[in-house]
Structure formats: structure tokens, C-alpha cells
Design a protein around this ligand. Sequence first.
Ligand SMILES: [Zn+2]
Ligand SMILES: [Zn+2]
Length: 375
Amino acid sequence: MTNHYDALGVSRDATAEEIKKAYRKLARKLHPDVNDAPDAQDRFKAVTHAYEVLSDPQKRRAYDTTGNENGHDSGAGNFDGQGFAFQDIFETFFGGGGGQGHGPASRTRRGQDALISVRVELREAVFGVNKKLEIDTAVLCTTCEGSCCRPGTHPITCDVCHGSGQIQRPMRSILGNVMTLATCNSCQGFGTRIEDPCNECMGEGRVRNRRSLTIKVPAGVSTGTRIQLAGQGEAGPAGGPAGDLYVEMKVNNDPAFLREGDDLHATLSVPMTAAALGTELTLETFDGEQPISIKPGTQAGEVINLRNLGVTHLRGYGRGNLMVHVHVETPTKPDAAQEELLKQLAALRGETFTEGKLVNSGGMFAKLRDKLGNL
Ligand SMILES: [Zn+2]
Ligand SMILES: [Zn+2]
């Protein structure tokens, strides 16, 4: 049989940590659940056996001096005789997998997804932005690397269920005594017990950690849009993979622009005289100042459509439009001179005021007469 150090691909002076890492890597590669090469199972057993010897300081010393971990000279490394330890290690890393639900439960589980929300300004939603977030999730415990055990120790096989995680209980039934399977209370069904838990994580294999993360918020997000970041959620117990992180967007209202789908709406105030006579104005938009042409005779409520100055379509091309709603400012408190001029304008338009009431709007009545004919 090959040398245990060669089997794991480590040097003779490898540290316990290096040996563990090498074993994990090989075991993940060769595990019969993921590798269906015909020799995978035998190689998996060989590296597992090598690890079992080299991870135990006493056995390793014996192996280093005699070339034989058993303390006698059989030298054959009879694997089946090591079944107990094999089971032990197997469960440490894979939670006793392969049993198709009949074996012990796994401590290792995928972590939960996490959800946080982030506020962005409307301008940021229009163009996209990078946002730095502070997130608080469980991460792998670096002290025990998810083994849950104090470094240098291992879970021990439960002596109540002998590692199966289940115990048989006789039950009386009309057919006589039958055996039923129940979860072993002594090990909570894990098949092993952690006698000496890692101090850092209290035997959880994970610890809380606050970290900052910069995420790319794509252009076009709106309130409720969720961005999924794979593997950035809660780390699972006992070295389990992390869940995903979902970042939910909340887009702040903007004082100047109202969003409707991917269109934006803005109001532009135009003095009455400018609306009547026409003018050129500028409007400050998210894309900088835009010239706005007010045509002579512009009415209140008219909408000027600035194409492609709206919100970028999420995960698409192009942008919505910016609709500029014209608000005509009527003088609120004209002074005597202004009032006189407005009256003169009214008179020119054939509009007659009596005691502040419009009694005849020449233009308007004339139009009505035209429409109604001789009625
Ligand atoms: Zn730990
Ligand atoms: Zn048990």
C-alpha cells in the first residue's frame, strides 16, 4: 500500500492543519456521491484511512517511527478493521451522508438566505450606482473551520446509538412486538457528540460577522426590485455553504421628478406673459440642463416630451421619456399699473368686466356663435 503522506499529497513535516486541508480537498473530490469513477470509492477509503492515521498525533508518531500505525507488524492496513474511525471521520465531513435518510443526521446544512434593504436616490435608479453596504451575517468559524470542535479534537461516536443517530425501540402491536426507529436523544440524531466544542463559535461552526460589501445596483431598479448575491447570505452550521443575500431596493422620492414606470414627470413654471409670447427656457434634469422651447400661445397643462431622458429600462436597452408639464403662472397680486394693463388687454380681446365679473368674453362668445350657427 502507498505511504499515507503520499496518499494525501503532503510532506512528512506537514502540520495538522495542512493534513486536514489536503484531506478535505481530496475527500470532496473522491467522495462516492460526487465521483463515479470505478476506483473512487477505494481511493476515498485510502485517503480517509491515511487521514485517520495522520490526524491522530499518537498514531502518526507510531506510523512515523514504525511505518505502521497499528503497533504490530501486520502492515496490511486492513481498512475494514478501522470502520469505527472511518465512520467517525465520514460524519465529521459529510454528516454521515450516503445513508439515503437512514443514517445519522448531518450537522452540516446550507445557511439561510438573508434579506436587507438599501435606499437609493431616484437619480441613482436612473443611471445605476455602486453601493457600499454593511451586512451582518453568520460566517464560517475560522478557529475550527466549521468542525465545531476545539482544534485538535474530534466528535466522538455516540455510544447510545453507536453512530447511527437512531435507536430501535420495541413496540407492541396487534401483530406482536415490532421494532421502530427513533431519533437518538443522546446525540440528537447526529450519531456523534461534540465533547469539546470550539470556544469561538460555541460548537456552531459559524460566528456572526459584520462586513462591508459593495454591490452594483443596475440602472432601472425601482422600489421592490431584489438583487440576488449568491453565497453572501448566512453561513450554514458546521461548515455548511452560505445561503444567498437578497438586497431589496427602496427608491427615494425626488422633490423635482415624479416617476411613473420608466417615465419621469416634471413641472415647469412659465410666466403668463412668456406662455403667451413664447420663450426659450432651460430645465435642470438628471442629464444636465436641457433647453425647452415655449411656443407662443402655450396653454397651462401642455406637456413637452423629452425623449430618452427618463429612467433606463432595467436589464434592457433605452430609457423612458421625461414629460415636462407646463404650469402657467398667473399674476397673483397685480399692482395698480399691472391691473390697468391687464384691463386694457381684456378690452382689446373684447372681454368686458363689470364689478369684477366677466360679463362678455368677445372671443369666446364669437367662437360659440360660429359653432352653434343660427340657433
Ligand atoms: Zn468554531
Ligand atoms: Zn446517538
